[in-house]
Design a protein around this ligand. Sequence first.
Ligand code: GLC
Ligand code: CA
Length: 560
Amino acid sequence: MPDLAWWRSAAIYQLYVRSFADGNGDGIGDLAGVRAHLPYLAGLGIDAIWFNPWYPSPMSDAGYDISDYRDIDPVFGTLADADALIAEAHALGIRIIIDIVPNHGSDRHPWFLGALAASPGSAERDRFWFRPGRGPAGDLPPNDWQSIFGGPAWTRITEPDNSPGQWYLHLFAPEQPDFNWANPAVRAEFEDVLRFWFDRGADGIRIDSAALLSKDAALPEVTPDQPPGPAHPHTDRDDVHEIYRSWRALADGYQGRVLIGEIWIPDAARLARYMSPGELHTVFNFPYLSCPWDAARLREVIDHTLALHAPVGAAATWVLSNHDVDRIVSRYGRADTAFSLERRAYFHSLPTDLELGTRRARAAALLTMALPGSVYVYQGEELGLWEVQDIPDERRQDPIWRRTHGADPGRDGSRVPLPWAGAEPPFGFSPGEPWLPQPKEWRDLTVEAEAGKPGSMLELYRAALALRRAEPGLGDGPMTWLPAGDGVLAFDRGHFYRGPGVPGPGVPGPGVPGAGVRCVVNVSATAVRLPEHAGLLLASGPLDGELLPPDSAVWLRRSS
Ligand code: GLC
Ligand code: CA
């Protein structure tokens, strides 16, 4: 694997272990299941896998509440399984990215148990945010910060002598106490955890909730509508960058390791700071993920993204979905095709046309994979799975659903186990009952049903990923917009010469005749004529001669 900047162009598969494949029959996906299906991923044509957290965890937030950062949860397997998996993936040319959750741990983490057993003001408590309550009896939380999952961001403990005690901060669920990043022991611990996984062969780190680590120790109230930034008490504060500078120095001590930030902040310039030289390599493109199916809005987001990345020299990422948001087929089948975490209930209340959503998702896949930079594929996206909105209440697992008393339906609908084969649930996912129920209609969306079937989502993804890898103009590199009518996106990729056998992003130059890709996406309601081209490489749906129907996309061979 010689290409040290592999992440600039990579196609990264997001693998949600719990729902990928169950190797031992308990209804929960595991590392044995992943190992058994690595050939599937190699055949899909991806370059890397990002694993959602696989560590020991009480699973109060599906593994984002970690009690040991240096091991594998027994539900998923063992450290030896992870070692074997990393080696097998590497042998197939697939890199491994793991999820690190630095903002908070589990309330079962030995440090937190130690803090509970220690006294107020102790070194053990200082690794978290323990504070006395307000009011004469201390029975009001230290401030009014709200948890991102609903309810107050503080929970009161009982002191070891059984008296009502201090409160601790949790920006997410109470089972996820926030670490105090002002404490050097916290910093040292996480640097050691990074080394632990880099030494085991991890090629990259996805950093969970990366903008939240630094807090204003005075813990002032958040004023209404206060934007993230230096004045915010817990989101996107300036000194968080110092943490990532030291992580980058650490990562640079290895070869070809990538740091990827999960950062949901609206201010583009503030976002770009995370990718300054000497900090993170890339961040997830949430503005693109949240963008409605609208040509003008898409173009705006694409232009903003590229403008944001160019000055810092970072590679853009393109993401349509993940384990926290509604699946793209459902989103694009609604009258309102946008998405925001805060308005999930509203989006779920809209009727969904799955056929329309699927057509658009196919076009969006070709758009996404033609854009400059790296691309993410969330497991099941390649099968065209939709958001499962009718999970029975008693089967729902997401703390968001519980903590909002059902006002927010939560994220379970995007986490339903994959359908692999067969005519009915559990569709080869597991011999047993899957941890979330699968819709019986997924019989047409199993890997078995789609493999080799012309026009299936799986074959579209396979073809697009194969071309994306083979075409020197795709992945990282320049792009040029072409004139196009309203509702149409058209652009060229590959304005550079790459000599035969020359690796890397290529040398800017006049372009090679017969090389390069022209992508056209019709987001409008009427068919449009294709621009000049030298042949069709791939289409998201049937063409009508030289006409591109609505909600379709093509990759063409450039004619000049
Ligand atoms: C991130 C994860 C999400 C998790 C949260 C708390 O947003 O993607 O799944 O619940 O952080 O760790
Ligand atoms: Ca299992």
